[in-house]
Design a binder for this molecule. Structure first.
Ligand SMILES: NC(=O)c1ccc[n+]([C@@H]2O[C@H](COP(=O)([O-])OP(=O)(O)OC[C@H]3O[C@@H](n4cnc5c(N)ncnc54)[C@H](O)[C@@H]3O)[C@@H](O)[C@H]2O)c1
Length: 251
């Protein structure tokens, strides 16, 4: 199910699920633009790919800033070629009771998670339309499917990403572009580790995952495998779908 020979752009590619996606797509034979805010992280991921004989470039951008995203996409295009795989992975989360979510926090979550997806998708779409082929994979979340306390702004942003996924799938299907989403449950990444360290879950995370049919946390590579499938040639007749990577939890 390889997606060999394409150029992929992975937002938030310097850590966590995004890092695993970069390494997986490179292993599948694609060149990878590793986009993120932290140069040290994105450069380390790009270096790991080139050290293994692949092609990669690290580019810096905050996905909420359109000018930065456009500049980063141009750099990837100039270095690696037209982008025909996009993984909208960059995201932030925050735990705050709903009554206390301030407007700035609400806007920041929306700007990164939802508007960032709009920015990156619009920036690469001309390449996909010219190629008559494209794969867009968006990261949503289990919390947006079943609800999550103290995360209303986060889950609302991810619900928006799900709706974007379906509408873009309808709009772009005839152009050879598929648009799907992956909804992770509990994947052990720096994001999840920060929440564990900050004691931010309502009950200890071990108790949460113990209730899952597969009673453990997931690994970034397990989310990357689902994303790589949607990015592959084999997934060409699948669009508008959301695949849970959640140990069978709740859906
Ligand atoms: N880990 C989980 O259990 C889980 C569950 C559900 C959904 N998700 C989603 O999966 C995606 C990846 O999550 P993760 O756990 O790997 O997160 P992470 O925090 O471990 O990594 C996210 C990466 O995105 C980058 N990033 C953050 N804001 C950015 C911005 N404005 N511009 C560019 N890059 C930015 C970070 O620097 C980091 O490299 C996110 O969209 C997250 O919401 C994760």
């Amino acid at each position: 199910m390889a997606s060999a020979g394409r150029v992929a752009l992975v937002t938030g590619g310097g850590a966590g699920i995004g890092e695993a996606v970069c390494l997986r797509l490179a292993r599948d034979g694609n060149a990878v633009g590793v986009l993120g805010q932290k140069a040290a992280n994105t450069q380390a991921v790009a270096q790991a790919i080139t050290d293994a004989g692949g092609r990669a470039v690290a580019v810096q951008a905050d996905v909420s800033d359109r000018a930065q995203v456009d500049a980063a996409v141009s750099q990837v295009r100039d270095t690696l070629g037209p982008v025909t795989i996009l993984v909208n992975n960059a995201g932030i989360e925050e735990f705050t009771p709903f009554e206390q979510i301030g407007e700035a926090a609400w806007d920041r979550i929306m700007d990164v998670n939802l508007k960032g997806t709009y920015h990156a998708t619009q920036a690469v779409l001309p390449d996909m339309i010219s190629a008559g082929w494209g794969r867009i994979v968006n990261l949503t979340a289990l919390g947006a499917q079943i609800g999550a306390a103290n995360m209303v702004h986060y889950t609302a942003s991810k619900g928006g990403v799900t709706a974007m996924t379906r509408s873009l799938a309808v709009e772009l299907g005839a152009k050879g572009i598929t648009v799907n989403a992956v909804a992770p449950g509990f994947i052990l990444t720096p994001m999840a580790q920060r929440a564990i360290d900050g004691d931010l879950f309502p009950v200890p995370y071990e108790e949460i995952v113990a209730t899952y049919p597969i009673p453990r946390v997931g690994q970034p590579e397990e989310a990357a495998a689902a994303i790589a499938f949607f990015a592959s040639e084999d997934a060409g007749y699948i669009t508008g779908q959301t695949l849970g990577v959640n140990g069978g939890c709740c859906t």
